[in-house]
Ligand binder design. Structure first.
Ligand code: PDD
Length: 287
């Protein structure tokens, strides 16, 4: 049986949730999205995801029809109930808003064109085995545009880089722009270089990951030396530890990059510690 999703104000079976060919998400990739995690039926950092969605929408000047992100998150909770998921385990809610349906022309459609709003929920099982063993990654040129801070559905460079990683048996592609590591195709990337935990600063070159921000906070609370300062591909190659963070990634240690071992080739103490702290936080968040 098909699950129930939300499309433009109605709850419908997924296989009947259809978007017209003139949807600007389909024609231009003119839309934004969010992926939010739930543990024990509660959102993990729902407010941060809601704020980022609002920011993405504002940057695209995409308005009208969505009063606020909280309403969309509530629809996600409704979907969990309707689909009977996430009761005992974990879940993901996917939110997408596009600039609606209009005959193809590059400039915005007429004012008042309603956005297309889509929400879906699914059960989620964290890949604990990968967090234990660590994963392989490959480096790949960052071929994306200069507004990677917007969580747009234009993910073609991410798709192509992630496919390259997949074909090489790797979990993630680490993107490199002008010799500098930006982030992963669906995660942010940290490295321990000369005893300092580093990750690319926020700005137009990366998505300001919710998990990234939380991990930086947890690391500082734990007394680690953290710098939001980019590291080069050369520094990546000699890092003692590398790990990826994200809503579906948590803290996943990277134990090999481009076929060469990172540090000892085993998950390192910083990744292990932050992974444990993140998991503990997720299961003990206040209402
Ligand atoms: N991806 N960087 C990119 C390019 C991402 O797509 C994501 C998330 C992240 C991590 O952000 P966060 O911690 O807020 O999830 C970083 C989602 C999960 C996805 O596309 O499926």
């Amino acid at each position: 049986v098909s699950d129930i999703v939300f499309l433009n104000g109605a709850f419908v079976a997924r296989d009947r949730a259809l978007v017209p060919v003139d949807d600007r998400g389909f024609l231009f990739g003119d839309g934004v999205y969010e992926v939010v995690r739930l543990v024990a039926g509660r959102y993990v950092d729902g407010d941060r995801h809601r704020d980022r969605l609002a920011r993405s929408l504002a940057e695209l000047r995409l308005e009208g029809g969505i009063e606020d992100g909280t309403a969309l998150l509530d629809i996600g909770l409704d979907l969990l109930a309707r689909n009977r998921i996430g009761v005992g385990g974990q879940a993901l809610v996917y939110l997408q808003v596009t600039r609606g349906v209009a005959r193809r022309r590059h400039a915005f459609p007429p004012a008042g064109t309603p956005p297309t709003v889509f929400v879906a929920a699914s059960g989620f099982v964290p890949q604990r085995d990968l967090m234990e063993t660590g994963v392989a990654a490959v480096t790949h040129p960052d071929l994306r545009w200069h507004r990677c801070d917007i969580k747009s559905v234009n993910l073609l460079p991410n798709v192509l880089a992630n496919q390259k990683a997949t074909e090489q048996g790797a979990y993630e592609a680490i993107l490199v722009r002008d010799g500098v590591v930006t982030e992963g195709t669906r995660s942010n990337v940290f490295a321990v270089v000369d005893g300092v935990l580093r990750t690319h600063p926020t700005g137009p070159a990366i998505l300001p990951g919710v998990t990234r921000a939380v991990v930086v906070e947890l690391a500082r609370e734990a007394g680690l030396h953290v710098e939001e300062r980019a590291f080069s591909a050369a520094e990546l190659a000699k890092a003692a530890e590398v790990f990826a963070t994200g809503t579906t990634t948590d803290v996943t240690p990277v134990v090999a990059v481009d076929g060469r071992a990172v540090g000892s080739g085993q998950p390192g103490p910083v990744a292990r510690r932050l992974g444990a702290l993140l998991t503990a936080r997720m299961t003990s968040l206040p209402d």
